[in-house]
Design a protein around this ligand. Structure first.
Ligand SMILES: [Zn+2]
Length: 266
């Protein structure tokens, strides 16, 4: 489980950007943490024992990727995820450097300029996460993975992961007609479902044995992964001029008979 990402300026040890991916927050002083990471990185370099790439505490694993001016750090709870986090950190480091390499050299201390990059961090992390956990072995691991992660990730993160998964699954579709047909097939693989097509632009998808909320009774819960999956699947280049919105209107977790998703293609 990837919990946090920090982008730190080397040398000054300033924290440029911090991104948290979990509802569980680690009570941590970001400034102190940045200082510690910079110091470790500096010491290992001074001592000529090579770059530090990771270390472990009792509860967490800390993965580090750095280039000449920045250090990107990921805090992970379970080490089996190292692979996806390592790739993400490297990509974040490269993209951040490409965008801000010049700014960092003459930086005036204003972290606001880095804030929009949070979106890039999310994009990279969700793509890598989806690649590793969801798209490779669909749908075998999907249910297991979403159930394992959904109470730790923020709902909007779950939706974005669903979106990515939908995009990946729809990648090779060639016609508009195929798009809706294939979506039904994909949902069939996940669960028993029924699609009501009211108009070309308006449909409703009813999932009767929703695996996402199975066993959950919670008024605040919603099957965000599926919402995202539908949107990502239909937000295809074949429908590039349309905006797709999927919203769960009934949920088994709320005591409803089925999970129903209303889909608008505007
Ligand atoms: Zn639901």
């Amino acid at each position: 489980m990837l919990l946090e990402i920090f982008i730190i300026q080397k040398g000054s040890s300033f924290l440029l950007l911090h991104r948290s991916f979990t509802t569980k927050t680690i009570a941590m002083n970001g400034v102190l943490f940045s200082g510690m990471i910079s110091a470790i990185s500096l010491f290992t370099k001074e001592l000529k024992i090579g770059q530090i790439t990771h270390f472990e505490t009792g509860d967490h694993r800390v993965l580090i990727s750095s280039n000449q001016d920045i250090i990107v750090v990921g805090i992970v709870e379970e080490s089996k995820e190292d692979n996806f986090v390592e790739i993400s950190l490297k990509k974040i480091s490269e993209q951040f450097y490409e965008q801000f390499g010049q700014n960092i050299k003459n930086w005036n201390g204003d972290t606001q300029i880095f804030e929009p990059f949070a979106k890039n961090v999310d994009e990279i992390v969700y793509s890598e996460f989806t690649q590793l956990y969801i798209s490779k072995d669909f749908p075998k691991h999907v249910i297991k993975v979403i159930r394992q992660f959904q109470d730790r990730f923020e709902p909007n993160v779950m939706k974005l992961i669903g979106f990515k998964a939908g995009q990946v699954r729809a990648r090779n579709i060639k016609t508009k007609k195929q798009l809706k047909k294939k979506l039904r097939k994909e949902l069939d693989l996940i669960s028993i479902n029924h699609v009501n097509e009211f108009t070309e632009e308006n449909l409703e998808i009813e999932i009767n044995l929703c695996p996402v909320c199975r066993g959950i009774k919670n008024d605040n819960f919603s099957c965000k992964f599926i919402e995202g999956f539908i949107e990502g699947f239909l937000q295809h280049e074949l429908l590039a001029d349309m905006t797709i919105k999927a919203k769960e209107t009934s949920c088994i977790a709320h005591g409803d008979k089925a999970c129903i998703f209303s889909v608008e293609m505007i």
